[in-house]
Ligand binder design. Structure first.
Ligand SMILES: *Cc1c(COP(=O)(O)O)cnc(C)c1O
Length: 401
């Protein structure tokens, strides 16, 4: 433990850490549930949940217990050997996703890369697409991670510029535009990859039926539909997975973030055997993917979501929170959107940029982050109560009312 002040720590980070982030000026040194604390002892409600990686709340006792027990038993084997935790995790996640098989990785981007590889390989081996011709349809304003292949089809110059040459094979079309997808399909199309709600773009919710249309297009044309549930998955939006709002069955489900319960990076891809079966031994992998520590944590993280009815809670509390935000009738707010406890507040340009408001909210004890210049995202841990929303609303009203 150190006794550095927030100021010293921020200066130290600025000096020694690469500047690829622009954090809000608060240092977190402790956390429990929805609350975080700085070295000076100031307490804040976490309204971001590490971009939805802490759906279960900080240091959930059941998840920490699983972590500690597993740390005392076995942590890493690599996949050169079987271990006694990965099969149990695979079974559990296969049941939750209603898919045949799971492929474990660590970060969300790795799971996205896995889905891309699976779609391409399926395209060549099963669909019969000519080698190196496979195309995957993706959407404007997408966010799927930071690897060189993934940023190759980003439309955000900040994420993409100066990182070329870019990986080919991706066709970018407007989000929420199924007709554009239909037009982009050709004999080389192997898949569509979509966020059911675009989190990083600013909580952009497509029309009801958009995913259903994508499902139909995929089925009609023998192509795979992959949903990136890294941010929206595991109860965040008031369903176990956000694709469930359109009652569809995707071919590939990409998961991460809350799968690790806020303590350990765990990601995974779920699909049926006709798709994940394309991987033969040696064709894909990860040293840490499926490690016992991560699997124990992920198992506990899923159990917490199920045992504590976080799906229902996110739905109810999310509705309550959104209604309260609407009731403010603020002239600073242009639009409130989202599902469950993934909420985007879009500001009027006349109100000025979001950063000044996230800074003011921090001063009042609420931590949230702006996305782009005009949007504030509210995504507290799903264990938040109505009383705590009321407490937060008092402060939000003072800043945005
Ligand atoms: C965060 C995120 C990712 C990337 O996850 P990392 O763990 O940061 O690599 C991918 N897709 C979506 C939708 C995300 O929100």
């Amino acid at each position: 433990m150190n006794n550095y002040s927030s100021k010293t720590l921020m200066d130290m980070e600025h000096k020694y850490g690469a500047h690829n982030y622009h954090p809000l000026e608060v240092v977190i040194s402790k956390a429990e549930g929805i609350w975080v604390e700085d070295p000076e002892g100031n307490r804040y409600i976490d309204m971001l949940s590490a971009y939805s990686a802490v759906n279960q709340g900080h240091r959930h006792p059941a998840i920490i217990k699983a972590l500690k027990n597993q740390a005392d038993t076995l942590t890493l084997t690599s996949r050169a050997f079987f271990n006694d935790k990965w099969p149990a995790f695979a079974k559990k996640l296969a049941e939750v996703t209603e898919k045949d098989m799971i492929l474990p990785m660590n970060t969300g981007a790795e799971a996205v890369e896995t889905a891309i590889k699976a779609m391409r390989k399926w395209g060549y081996k099963v669909k019969g697409v000519e080698q190196n011709k496979a195309e995957i349809i993706v959407f404007e304003e997408n966010f799927h991670g930071r690897t060189t292949t993934i940023i190759s089809f980003s439309t955000d110059p900040l994420a993409k510029d100066n990182y070329g040459p870019y990986t080919p094979g991706f066709i970018v079309v407007p989000y929420n535009d199924a007709e554009a997808v239909r037009k982009a399909v050709n004999e080389n199309t192997v898949g569509i990859m979509v966020e059911p709600i675009q989190g990083e773009a600013g909580v952009v919710v497509p029309d009801q039926g958009f995913l259903k249309n994508l499902r139909d297009i995929a089925t009609e044309n023998n192509i795979l539909l992959s949903v990136d549930e890294v941010q929206t998955g595991f109860a965040r939006t008031g369903k176990m997975f956000a694709f469930m709002y359109d009652n569809i069955i995707p071919d590939i489900i990409i998961m991460g973030k809350a799968l690790g319960g806020g303590v350990f990076p765990v990601s995974a891809v779920a699909a049926n055997e006709d798709i994940l079966g394309v991987f033969e031994p040696g064709s894909h992998g990860s040293t840490f993917g499926g490690n016992p520590l991560g699997c124990a944590v992920a198992l506990a993280s899923i159990d917490v979501i199920l045992d504590e009815n976080l799906v229902q809670k996110a739905e109810e509390i999310g509705k309550y929170f959104r209604a309260k935000l609407e009731e403010m009738n603020s002239d600073k707010i242009k639009l409130i959107r989202g599902k469950g406890l993934l909420i985007g507040v879009v500001l009027n340009e006349s109100a000025g940029k979001a950063r000044q408001y996230t800074t003011a909210l921090k001063e009042k004890g609420l931590l949230c982050k702006e996305t782009h210049d005009w949007i504030i995202r509210f995504a507290p841990p799903l264990v938040i109560t109505k009383d705590e929303i009321d407490y937060a609303m008092e402060r939000i009203r003072e800043v945005l009312g």
